[in-house]
Design a protein around this ligand. Structure first.
Ligand code: G
Ligand code: MN
Length: 399
């Protein structure tokens, strides 16, 4: 390198294919301002060459032994000033992304015209990026697609937020109530309150709660539902019935439920804890429930027999009531397995002084089978569907 010559760029070429090394070497050698100082056949050799030569530019095969991205990171770590130009077959999106992430500042497609390789080396040496035209089109298209997807996600989330806001507005929840029946006496002893959203678009109740959960407002919506449902106590139609309310463990632990129930008679309130959300801290749940239960409030484990956690709930929470899930009630008159499982739960409950409420009774034979198993309370379409309070508590004549 004699004085007076223009500045030369020192380049290494790392590719396991000897033909590629030779071809690229030839292309670079014909440029007066480019000096090929070393070649390497794998990642380790490439890093070693970078350490030895601290080149201006390293051309790195994306798929060489030891990995292109690894080579790229190693080269940059060994020689800070070295710019990496990735070299790959066309249309290899995953590699483009990986190489750019691992610090490559240029990307040249194998088989690109010689001039493009030289151009990429010069631009890299000057600290500029370079993407092969064919790659650039794809990268831009991919970026555009990604931006579009992101925009759509933002739009979607905005729509969810708006829906949940509407559901949280006072008056948006119109509860339905389902009779809970003493099946021996055909008397209605309580009602289960069920949130209903008569909003547009009409969607299943679960969808509203799922939306709220998606933006972290699940508990807010539950508390709003309890607020609306507790208005049953202002209605003479409730008579002496109790009100059973569905709540999640989080809504209990956060105390929001109790705020919504302030001043209402504890001995006519049942909280049904669902097992949809796993309980991680039973002690915290029991603590939050203690004042409510001490004042006569009752606790029910909902959906018992439906999921893996219900037995644990029953053991830890010592409920006053176990609600047999519809999946056990269905066909209990004809299905021996369901009957045996229900019978086991019923025996356990009676031993522990826990009341059983069978849910989802849809036929007379199911009702009769449950009665003969010693179940005292039930609810379901056969007895009465969820409906406005006045109809829910109207006397039964034909159970
Ligand atoms: O999880 P929980 O048990 O709280 O669910 C009550 C749901 O079950 C309500 O949405 C209610 O409308 C529905 N439900 C009540 N009785 C019956 C029934 O007899 N059959 C069916 N399929 N669903 C019922
Ligand atoms: Mn329930």
């Amino acid at each position: 390198m004699s004085a007076g010559r223009v500045r030369t760029f020192r380049v290494i070429v790392a590719d396991d294919d000897p033909l590629v090394r030779a071809t690229v070497g030839d292309v670079l050698a014909s440029e007066p301002d480019i000096e090929l100082v070393a070649t390497a056949a794998d990642a380790a050799e490439a890093v070693e060459a970078a350490r030895t030569w601290t080149p201006d530019v390293a051309i790195v095969d994306v798929k060489m032994p030891g990995g292109g991205p690894e080579a790229s990171r190693g080269i940059i770590a060994a020689s800070r000033a070295t710019r990496v130009v990735a070299f790959s077959v066309y249309d290899d999106h995953a590699s483009i992304r990986e190489m750019i992430r691992s610090g490559a500042s240029g990307y040249v497609v194998k088989g690109a015209p010689a001039g493009e390789i030289v151009e990429a080396v010069r631009r890299a040496a000057a600290g500029l990026g370079h993407l092969s035209a064919s790659v650039a089109v794809d990268v831009v298209r991919e970026l555009a697609g990604q931006l579009e997807r992101e925009a759509r996600a933002v739009e979607l989330e905005q729509a969810v937020r708006e829906r949940v806001e509407r559901a949280l507005e006072p008056g948006a929840i119109t509860p339905a109530y389902q009779a809970i029946v003493d099946i021996g006496r055909s008397r209605i002893v309580g009602v289960e309150a069920l949130a209903r959203f008569p909003l547009d678009p009409s969607r299943p109740v679960d969808a509203w709660f799922a939306d709220a959960a998606g933006i972290g407002r699940h508990v807010d919506l539950e508390v709003a539902a309890v607020h609306a449902e507790a208005r049953a106590f202002e209605d003479a139609a409730l008579g002496s019935c109790y009100v059973s309310l569905n709540v999640s463990p989080e809504a209990i632990v956060g105390r929001g439920v109790f705020d919504a129930l302030a001043g209402l008679p504890r001995d006519r309130i049942v909280l049904e804890v669902t097992e949809h959300a796993p309980v991680t801290d039973y002690a915290a749940l029991a603590d939050a429930l203690a004042p409510f239960r001490a004042a006569g409030g009752r606790l029910a484990v909902d959906d018992a027999g439906a999921g893996f956690a219900s037995l644990r709930h029953i053991l830890w929470l010592e409920p006053d009531i176990i609600k047999l899930d519809i999946s056990l009630t269905r066909d209990i008159d004809t299905d021996r397995r369901r009957r045996a499982l229900a019978a086991a739960l019923i025996t356990f409950a009676s031993e522990m002084g826990i009341a059983i409420v069978a849910e989802g009774i849809e036929t007379r034979p199911e009702l009769d089978a449950l009665r003969s198993l010693g179940v005292r309370f039930g609810q379901g379409y056969f007895l009465r569907r969820p409906c406005p309070l006045a109809q829910a508590t109207a006397p039964l004549f034909d159970a």
